[in-house]
Design a protein around this ligand. Structure first.
Ligand code: GDP
Ligand code: CA
Length: 310
């Protein structure tokens, strides 16, 4: 089965690992580049790297991002040299950022670089970028405009959010790989990623949301909310701050017309009627992924739902 997954970082990578482990699944992951940023002259692509490191088995399982068995000697030197080092970048991680930056300076397409990196690290599924153009999430807060990493890592989500903007989105052209991944999919899955800063920047690229809207294959989204709370990260606070419902119903509102089913947790079953009223069919399952067994179980359930819809 050709499955296309829209995914951010940590939540997206968990879903990707589950799907990748199922027999008979040919997985393509469309990742998020709107969290990309430059540090110490290097191009860092946090969500794409979380996907690659997870699918290659290199990820630090404890924190869910970064490489396991990592050192921070390079960062120590940068700090001594007076560089601002709030973004934690490990020594092995730096190797990838150096290589990515070198390839970008040579003029290679970012999606070709991401695909080559994934292959070299031993990733099985295809990792596709929605666009090769520069798109960046900007967060307007009571402390001014910040990049997503500044808001999330440096400020630890403390400032109050007023507005989200996606810089560069008007000029961003979709990659042919992303459009093909949607057009040729036999099932489309939206991972339990942050709807506003992980999934929205993928959907906002010209032709991608339209491709989902027109797809005649099962489209299944998984909620990042469990028991009314996010597992991790600022999605709930962001949604509330922007006047959206910060629960599974709010997720359904974001994905109306783009997904047929929203998989929610058994603990959120009280939202079923409200989700159905938004045009998505609710399916209740255990959706917390603590380990590889959970990931595979949920992925198998998602494919089973797809089979029922097909
Ligand atoms: P980021 O780019 O690293 O922030 O990662 P994503 O956007 O892909 O994922 C963040 C979202 O994943 C958060 O809103 C979490 O609630 C959600 N999440 C993390 N782990 C799980 C899990 O095990 N199950 C579900 N359903 N959601 C999860
Ligand atoms: Ca992210």
């Amino acid at each position: 089965t050709r499955v296309t997954l829209l995914a951010g970082g940590v939540g997206g990578a968990k879903m990707a690992e589950g799907l990748a482990a199922l027999p008979g699944v040919d997985l393509t992951v469309i990742g998020n580049v709107a969290d990309d940023d430059e540090f110490h002259g290097l191009w860092v692509s946090p969500d794409i790297d979380t996907l690659s490191y997870s699918l290659a088995g290199l990820i630090d399982r404890r924190q869910g991002w970064g490489v396991a068995d990592e050192g921070h000697r390079a960062l120590e030197v940068l700090a001594r040299l007076g560089q601002d080092c709030w973004m934690s970048l490990g020594d092995r991680d730096f190797g990838l950022h150096i290589w990515r930056t070198m390839r970008r300076m040579r003029g290679d397409r970012p999606s070709v670089i991401a695909a080559d990196a994934a292959r070299a690290l031993g990733v099985g599924p295809r990792i596709v970028l929605p666009t090769d153009d520069r798109v960046q999430t900007r967060v307007r807060t009571d402390a001014g405009w910040l990049s997503f990493q500044e808001y999330f890592v440096r400020e630890k989500c403390a400032p109050e959010i007023r507005e989200l903007r996606l810089d560069g989105i008007e000029a961003a052209r979709p990659t042919p790989e992303a459009l093909a991944a949607i057009a040729e999919a036999e099932a489309i899955v939206i991972a339990p990623s942050n709807p506003l800063v992980s999934i929205a920047p993928i959907l906002a690229v010209l032709g991608i949301a339209e491709g989902l809207r027109q797809a005649r294959v099962p489209r299944i989204a998984v909620s990042p909310f469990i028991a009314g709370k996010v597992v991790k990260g600022p999605a709930d606070r962001m949604m509330a701050a922007l006047g959206l419902r910060a629960d599974a119903v709010g997720v359904a509102e974001r994905y109306a017309g783009l997904a047929d089913v929203l998989v929610i947790d058994d603990l959120d079953s009280a939202h079923s009627a409200a989700i159905a009223a938004r045009g998505l069919h609710p399916e209740c399952r255990p959706i917390l992924m603590r380990d590889q067994g959970d990931k595979q179980r949920l992925a198998a359930e998602v494919l089973e739902i797809a089979r029922m819809l097909a």
